[in-house]
Design a protein around this ligand. Sequence first.
Ligand code: NAI
Length: 333
Amino acid sequence: MASPVRVVVTGAAGQIAYSLLYQLAKGDVFGANQPIILTLLDIPPMMEVLGGVVMEIADCALPLVKEVIPTADPAVAFKDVDAAFLVGAMPRKQGMERKDLLSANVKIFKVQGEALDKYAKKTVKVLVVGNPANTNALICSKYAPSIPRENFSAMTRLDQNRAQAQLAARLKVSVDKVQNVIIWGNHSSTQFPDAAHATVDLGSGSPVSVESAINDNAWLTSEFVSTVQKRGAAVIAARKMSSAMSAAKAAADHMHDIWHGTKPGQYVSMGVISDGSYDTPKDIIFSFPVVIENKQWKIVKGLPISAFAREKLDITGKELLEEREEAMAVCEN
Ligand code: NAI
């Protein structure tokens, strides 16, 4: 058997982690034969709850789990980790402005960046889920200068999965038949879910464009986009709590693809450091379509961008620049 992979999950007593840990422990992400050591970080008041989660992991009786280490100490949590799921963040409370949330959370990601820099393996792959995910990932990477910037990514996979599910429902096919829908930009309401390059296999075995299969451009550029953008709010309104099962599944999908690569001809969306591709601002964490091989992602280049898409990319890029400015001001104070 391979030697265990060391994986940290932060916010480990929270609701996303509750779904994610099971998927990690049973081998969905790193492989069905890959043993795992889990380090679970949360804040001191949550240690009792976390103890309950540890009991439940034991009670799942999963053979891949070699050790579970609950802690409130980042030095313990990040020690020698191969992969990090940064889920823990302060939730938005009533009356809290977006700015207040950003300022509380970027401070957490500054501290965790410093801890990763000091304690994690230099090859660690870091997935940021906690919001504002793109800007948190940028700050985390900035404070972990000894780890390559390419090792940090932010989660827009839930948005991608939501978009894929909407298109599949409209086309009356199973969700795996729809490929290459793209989420551009920020994991926020300015994100741009783009079906212009998506394909669908309608049963012939050779995929056709989603645009031609749906043949309703008005739907693709309005209702489809706003449904995906507002899906998180719709789940909160119905469940009175934010998406957790689907967020955990998306985090598992994201890290699975980093670890094992994307399939030929397929791309996935994730927030990665922008090199200015598609005339986006450089040095922000922007969600692009990427392909992954040998644990390295590459932005898919050269896709045609319509005037409609251009406008959407510019809006979300501008928001990310503003977030970066606010975050830097908080961190430098
Ligand atoms: P939750 O409130 O259930 O759990 C968060 C956990 O993080 C709590 O146990 C809390 O004690 C812990 N925490 C707070 N500060 C911490 C710190 N400094 N170190 C370690 N742990 C800390 O929240 P939930 O539902 O699990 O969501 C977590 C985050 O994920 C939120 O920021 C949420 O907005 C975000 N999210 C992101 C999505 C995405 O697509 N990128 C989708 C859904 C949620």
